[in-house]
Design a protein. Structure first.
Lengths: 425, 174
């Protein structure tokens, strides 16, 4: 009888022996013990709203610890950063720089209302004697009524170009951001304002709104188009506002879109009294496209803008120089345009590892309102062609190593070899 | 900007808001229960896949991080299984339902999308790429999934979940 019972038990054990993938009773006990241990550990930790599981997780799996999913009332931390090394061909000089480190807090008030923010530190150190800057890059609220209608308000990025809204280092090619989306579209470009945005008709994303604008009285560098007149939400002169609109169509592998931003920038002479009553209307628009097929990434962008009353802005810089000789007068930009085409090919992709060499050709043309009487002329470097050859090596979807060589047709002092690394989280 | 232009913008905003008020919808496109019931006609009793050490290790290789669940609930009949999975895109969880049939993805639907950008992943133009995909070497998909500009991390999350659903389906049938 004993023998029979033992045999029966053995047979039952074999019958119950699982195929690969099925858990044995021992394994199930171990798994339950692991869950109990995890629950105990969780109970010992102070309650953290950021670690709540979503309402669906508990129903469908025993998720014990969500460290970044946002439940209502939850806050999480995001960020990105990039480090670059540049060796200049003409001078032989080299620089290494923590170009930026950005962190942000996102908070979900409820299922419709969210806060998005980014705080940026540039060039590692911020002090009176250093080059670094600390700035709020974004701080805006979003209220989602539906996919098609979201309301936003605060300091947000203007939806022009490709790079301005999506600028984390692993998402673009090259150690440095391209020059067209730096000197023509002043990335990272943000304004205070309110807007409506959403997706309609399966992939058409619109974004319209009203925001603060540039202040042409603050212009001090005509080589970067309108960029130096930005206000970035810092006690912005807001007598003249701007409106913007953007339309983008996305489907797998394809992006086609464009945007426009327009408004007066004179600000009734708030920064330079000589601009009182001068509209100085600024208009900038762009069209862009991305196409990805069979390991090939193609991208192109064209941007153009005008700054009205540029001759009066030039005269205003002369007037400012007369009042304060430390102010350098210059010929204000009156029109600006730029374009680039870029091609990359994913030559090797294995798991998270991805190697993609790329080439890019850029053209920049910024025309200035010259004043020969005051010896204020066009800067030749404002007509530039840039060739870039490089490679992005992704070691993780959120971590990239980069290298490139850049050749400038006009300003040869910028010819360089760059190395960089970037990350986002 | 003139006052006329400002008034026009305010009116446009109000009109859009009023239009939206008629069809307010949150981030939940379909309750997971409703998805399961739709697939089977009625909601069958759930089953549980126990994540042994070996399954956990392979799931971690697919996801790029350890799975948060130690037991995975699912629903199945003789031919197909349904998996409700969650994965973080950029910063928020995406909840998606996957139907696996005969070792292939038969159907994918985004049930809850919480991210502020990248919502294009829930449209059929993107999701149809998964149809009939199977697991190939190293538990990768047998095809490349075309990404969506500005939604790279959401696309990656969807791809990882599809692989996990196929892997779990295979484990549940052994």
């Amino acid at each position: 009888m004993k023998k029979f019972s033992f045999g029966l038990a053995l047979a039952a054990a074999f019958a119950a022996a699982p195929a690969f993938g099925q858990a044995t009773v021992d394994q199930k006990l171990q798994i339950l013990q692991q869950e109990i241990d995890d629950l105990k550990a969780q109970a010992r930790r102070p309650a953290a709203p950021t670690q709540q599981a979503s309402p669906y997780s508990l129903d469908y799996s025993s998720m014990l610890d969500r460290s970044s999913g946002l439940a209502n009332g939850g806050t999480n931390i995001v960020g990105y950063g990039e480090v670059g090394y540049s060796k200049f061909r003409q001078s032989g000089n080299a620089t290494a720089d923590l170009q930026r480190f950005v962190f942000g807090f996102n908070h979900r008030f409820d299922e419709r209302l969210t806060l998005h923010s980014e705080v940026e530190f540039e060039h590692a150190i911020v002090s009176k004697d250093d080059e670094g800057e600390a700035e709020i890059e974004q701080a805006w609220l979003n209220y989602k009524m539906s996919d098609a209608v979201n309301f936003k308000g605060g300091l947000f990025l203007i939806p022009l170009g490709i790079l301005n809204e999506t600028h984390e280092p692993p998402t673009f090619y090259g150690v440095m951001r391209n020059q067209v989306e730096t000197r023509i579209i002043p990335t990272t470009w943000r304004e205070l304002g309110a807007g409506v945005h959403g997706i309609v008709n399966e992939g058409i994303r619109y974004d319209v709104g009203i925001t603060t604008n540039f202040d042409s009285g603050k212009l001090d560098d005509p080589t970067t188009g309108i960029r130096s007149a930005h206000q970035e939400g810092q006690l912005a002169n807001a007598r003249n506002l701007a409106v913007y609109g953007a339309l983008n169509y996305r489907r797998p592998g394809l992006l086609v879109g464009g945007g426009v931003f327009t408004g007066d920038t004179g600000q009734n002479g708030a920064s330079n009294p000589a601009l009182q009553g001068i509209p100085a209307r600024f208009t900038l628009w762009d069209v862009h496209a991305q196409y990805r097929v069979a390991g090939l990434d193609l991208q192109a962008l064209y941007a153009a803008g005008t700054l009205g009353d540029a001759d009066k802005i030039t005269a205003a810089t002369v007037a400012a120089n007369l009042a304060d000789p430390s102010v350098t007068p210059f010929a204000a930009p009156k029109s600006m345009k730029g374009a680039y085409v870029q091609a990359a090919y994913h030559v090797y992709k294995q798991g998270n590892f991805d190697v993609a060499p790329f080439v890019r050709y850029e053209r920049i043309d910024i025309r200035q309102a010259e004043d020969p009487g005051n010896n204020l002329f066009q800067n030749p470097n404002n007509n530039e062609r840039i060739k870039t050859l490089g490679v992005n090596v992704r070691v993780h979807p959120k971590v990239v190593l980069k290298g490139d060589i850049q050749r400038y047709a006009t300003d040869k002092s910028q010819d360089r070899f760059d190395l960089g690394l970037g990350f986002m989280f | 900007m003139s006052w006329r232009a400002r008034r026009a913008l305010v009116l446009l905003t109000l009109a859009l808001g009023a239009t939206a008020a008629g069809w307010v919808r949150g981030e939940v496109y379909q309750e997971p229960d409703a998805f399961v019931a739709e697939i089977f006609g009625t909601k069958p009793a759930p089953k549980v896949l126990w994540l042994t050490k070996d399954i956990q290790a392979q799931a971690a290789a697919i996801l790029g991080h350890p799975p948060v669940q130690l037991r995975q609930r699912y629903w199945s009949d003789a031919h197909k299984s349904v998996w409700i999975l969650e994965e973080i895109g950029k910063e928020e969880l995406i909840t998606a339902g996957f139907v696996a049939a005969d070792g292939r993805i038969d159907h994918v639907r985004v049930l809850v999308y919480r991210e502020s950008r990248g919502g294009e992943v829930r449209y059929p133009t993107f999701l149809k790429q998964f149809k009939n995909s199977t697991l190939a070497h190293n538990n990768t998909l047998d095809r490349d999934i075309d990404g969506i500009a500005g939604a790279t991390l959401s696309v990656g999350a969807m791809e990882r979940m599809a692989r996990l659903a196929l892997f779990f389906d295979r484990m549940s049938r052994q």
